[in-house]
Write a protein of this length. Structure first.
Lengths: 114, 114
């Protein structure tokens, strides 16, 4: 069974500083990986996804993530954080089996200091 | 036009009541889901339907019964509500089942059982 770990529950970053959110997954084959963002009181919005190919993927809102098979990681990065990036971020792995079940990590809450 | 819409957005009800949450997607997707987000923001899949057929049922109590009248709708009926059912319930859809496809989420329904 697949699983996802996001080691950091909270991260506080100053506006304009860089951000990196960690994600480690456990899955028996090549995973399908996703990062979603949830703003307060809102649903989840996809930031980016990795299925195959180039291990550095670009997403919306200036985010990027790098798939590292050797480390079973899919960390999310942004070079310069804006106040509007304050939200909850979820890493997820998709199952190849029927049903397209997404297994989510516990989330990382990002707070942005002015 | 909202891609995945859920109603109601908020639902407050007493223990023992029966309630329903409705979900509709206008994306033409084949696969729909219900996810539950608990008070610690942990997201877990409950059900998945593909073309009105139940694909995933993740050991959810029998009090929860999904119904898919057509592939654009997936409703969730909950009998005999308990305090522990309080959570945010998200509906989602994806083009097809298989893992390598993005899920689009609704805004969520915050259920509070008192």
């Amino acid at each position: 069974a697949q699983s996802v770990t996001q080691p950091d529950i909270h991260i506080t970053v100053s506006e304009g500083a860089s951000l990196e959110l960690r994600c480690n997954y456990s899955y028996g084959a090549t995973p399908y990986l996703f990062w979603y963002v949830q703003s307060p009181g809102q649903g989840l919005q996809l930031l980016l996804k990795y299925f195959s190919g180039d291990t550095l993927v670009q997403g919306i809102k200036g985010f990027e993530a790098e798939f590292k098979r050797s480390q079973s990681s899919f960390n999310l990065r942004k070079p310069s954080v804006h106040w509007s990036d304050a939200a909850e971020y979820f890493c997820a792995v998709g199952a190849r089996a029927a049903g397209n079940k997404l297994t989510f990590g516990g989330g990382t809450r990002v707070l942005v200091k002015p | 036009d909202t891609a995945v819409s859920q109603t109601p957005k908020y639902l407050v009800t007493q223990m023992g009541n029966d309630k329903s949450i409705k979900c509709e997607q206008n994306l033409g997707h084949d696969t729909m889901y219900w996810y539950k987000q608990d008070s610690k923001k942990f997201l877990k899949i409950m059900f998945s339907y593909n073309n009105k057929e139940l694909i995933i049922n993740e050991t959810v109590p029998n009090r929860f019964s999904p119904k898919s009248p057509d592939k654009a709708h997936l409703n969730l009926h909950i009998n005999s509500l308990e305090l522990g059912d309080s959570a945010v319930y998200f509906c989602a859809s994806s083009p097809y089942q298989g893992g390598n496809t993005e899920a689009f989420f609704g805004q969520g329904t915050r259920l509070t059982v008192v």
